[in-house]
Design a binder for this molecule. Structure first.
Ligand code: TTJ
Length: 637
């Protein structure tokens, strides 16, 4: 340093030192995000100059040494010397501006605040070199190690061009990574180029020897075309622009043959990912213009309800880009991603409804296509709502339940739900036996006829339409899915009673999957059980003895000697009395209570079992069903 070591230079270094001590306060973080933030800070200055109407070309170069160069062909940063003895250029790079997105109170804005952030970049760089071309002269200045001037501002040559070039190398002592990512850079720059319309931004990747050029004279129209590239569209992009009270509003939209609503909003080229007043204004104005048009054309009659916003915007891609003066800027939310400026709502709403009304009147063919799409969306949402009501049905006081259950459910007489049991029985014949032998005061029987739907891979719609599951939902009486309420269950025990074979095991798994996905609380609170019918019956002296597994059979054979052994292949092979004695009589039966001791393990098992490979599933059941019984079911009673 060949300058005098005075008070002001101490202050400057203290200022930049503060940035190095707490970089997060200035650039958010010191990871890849923060690293790229350095580039955005420098780039913003070049873009501001272009926005002010000076220069139309910006180049970003990733150099082989890991540094990055940004240059523009604007007027060139001012290089005159202040009374303090410092050049304006040096001040830009060494005096910490009170602004920056990560500090309260100040935001950069199109047309304002040149040099914001340049000192922060200087503070966090190994070195910075600045070249300015202005007044026929080529100026140069250099800083190193966080902002110390290593060569003073000098004229190093003559030139005919104008512009500013800044080259910086991020400090590896600050950042956890110093490798720029070309995709991060090109996607950010492409977005800015769309919004700027007319400024040509070139990205040169010196490491991979590649060049990318972003230049969009048609601005938002090109942005929409880019976003909707892979979609079938209903019409060409529509673009409006208008300034009101110093707020400039640009909007572009296009309907696609899709169901997604895609809205991207920006304020002063910065994405407002959480929306805000401008998005609210747009939506209100858009829906209003559509409804006004539909009424004026007689598409919506007096008695008809207005189209709703969500239906109006189905398949709509929109870009909203506002330019707002610094005095009116207000951002909200944790990450300041939401516009708060109240005026922006009314202005955006007014511009949208005025311009869209005009467009619809002038382009009736397109307008009618759009209205048809909105009508379809309305109808589809109505249908979906009705389907949802189907799930809501099956609740306590649903009048439809009686109809759904009639002829299927053999009800119990008692109204004391704490003592009631619902048997879900595989097959009509076993169901018939169960109805005959049951304790009709407390036991209800619901035979399952068809195959139970695999709910692991079914849409909610299919679940709602499936007769067996629908009947079960009504029988239990507490709804299903999001509408399930455990207080409304009509039974204390829901008992799955299937044949003791592979098919029976499969039905168990399908039912448990259904309960797991749609009535999880029923399992969690211990209301789901599995009945265990015997595998063998041994008759001795006119009396039946039962064996529930091979070990018990061996024991019985030992105890009773040589006798007649009957193997039960299914519930249907037992008569009603036998079924009662062995499987349903609360004083003799063994029930297996299904528990969710480890919800994640169960979830994984359900996924494995209920995944797409039916063969694997069958093999798995054959090999593991005993193991499953031991591991995830717990014996009660
Ligand atoms: C300020 O008012 C006088 C004319 O120049 C204005 C200005 O500062 N323009 C300007 C700044 N153009 N380009 C920049 C700039 C470019 C880069 C790449 C980096 C920085 C920090 C500023």
């Amino acid at each position: 340093m060949n300058e005098k070591y005075d008070a002001s230079s101490i202050k400057i270094l203290e200022g930049l030192e503060a940035v190095r001590v707490r970089p997060g306060m200035y650039i958010g973080s010191v990871d890849a995000r923060g690293l790229h933030h350095l580039l955005w800070e420098i780039l913003d200055n070049a873009i501001d100059e272009a926005l002010n109407g000076y220069g139309k070309e910006i180049t970003v170069t990733l150099n082989q040494d890991g540094s990055c160069t940004v240059s523009d062909n604007g007027r060139g940063m001012p290089c005159d010397i202040h009374e303090s003895g410092k050049s304006a250029l040096e001040v830009i790079f060494t005096v910490l501006h009170a602004g920056g997105k990560f500090q309260e109170g100040a935001y950069k804005t199109a047309g304002g605040l040149h040099g914001v952030g340049a000192s922060v970049v200087n503070a966090l760089s190994e070195w910075v070199e600045v070249d300015v071309f202005r007044d026929k002269k080529h100026y140069h200045i250099r800083f190193a190690d966080g902002g110390t001037k290593t060569s003073k501002l000098e004229v190093v040559g003559n030139t005919n061009k104008t512009g500013s070039t800044v080259r910086f190398k991020p400090d590896a002592k600050i950042f956890s990574t110093t490798t720029f990512n070309i995709e991060t850079i090109t996607s950010h720059i492409q977005e800015e180029a769309f919004l700027l319309s007319g400024t040509k931004i070139t990205v040169i990747d010196e490491i991979n020897k590649k060049e990318y050029v972003y230049e969009y004279p048609d601005g938002l129209k090109s942005f929409i075309e880019y976003l909707d590239e892979d979609k079938d569209t209903l019409h060409d992009p529509v673009v409006f622009e208008k300034s009101l009270n110093g707020i400039d509003v640009k909007i572009a939209f296009q309907y696609c043959d899709s169901y997604q609503e895609n809205t991207f909003s920006f304020v002063n080229l910065v994405r407002t990912k959480d929306g805000g007043t401008h998005e609210v204004g747009f939506k209100t104005g858009f829906t209003k213009a559509i409804n006004d048009f539909a009424r004026s054309e007689g598409i919506l009659k007096e008695k008809d309800k207005n189209f709703e916003g969500v239906d109006v915007r189905e398949g709509l891609t929109t870009i909203i880009s506002l330019s707002i003066g610094e005095d009116k800027l207000q951002f909200e939310g944790q990450t300041k991603g939401k516009l708060g400026t109240p005026e922006a709502k009314n202005i955006t709403e007014a511009v949208t409804s005025e311009k869209l009304s005009y467009f619809l009147q002038e382009n009736k063919a397109v307008a009618l296509k759009i209205i048809k799409k909105i009508k379809d969306a309305t109808a589809a949402r109505d249908a979906a709502r009705k389907a949802k009501e189907e799930v809501r049905k099956g609740k306590k006081n649903d009048k439809r339940s009686e109809k759904v259950l009639s002829g299927k459910l053999a009800n119990a007489q008692s109204k004391d739900s704490s003592k009631l049991e619902l048997f879900l029985v595989e097959g009509d014949s076993a169901g018939g036996s169960a109805k005959k032998c049951r304790d009709s005061k407390y036991q209800a029987i619901l035979p399952l006829r068809g195959k139970v739907l695999n709910t692991e891979r079914a849409s909610i719609n299919e679940v709602e339409k499936n007769e067996e599951l629908n009947t079960i939902i009504h029988a239990i009486g507490a709804g299903a899915g999001a509408n399930f309420s455990i207080e409304d269950i009509k039974y204390d025990k829901v008992i799955i009673m299937t044949d003791a074979d592979t098919d029976g095991a499969h039905i168990q798994v399908l039912l448990l999957t259904f309960f797991y996905r749609y009535m999880r609380e029923l399992i969690e609170t211990g209301h789901v059980y599995i009945a265990t019918p015997p595998l063998y019956g041994i008759k001795k002296n006119g009396e039946m003895h039962y064996a529930y597994d091979e070990r018990e059979l061996e024991k019985l054979k030992n105890d009773l000697g040589k006798t007649e052994i009957k193997r039960y292949k299914g519930l249907g092979e037992m008569n009603a009395d036998e079924l009662w004695d062995t499987t349903m009589d609360p004083y003799k039966r063994t029930l297996v209570q299904v528990t969710l001791e480890d919800a994640t393990a169960c979830e994984r098992r359900v996924s494995v079992l209920m995944g797409s490979k039916a063969e694997l599933r069958r093999e798995w059941i054959d090999e593991n069903i005993d193991f499953t019984l031991e591991e995830s079911y717990q014996v009660s009673n």
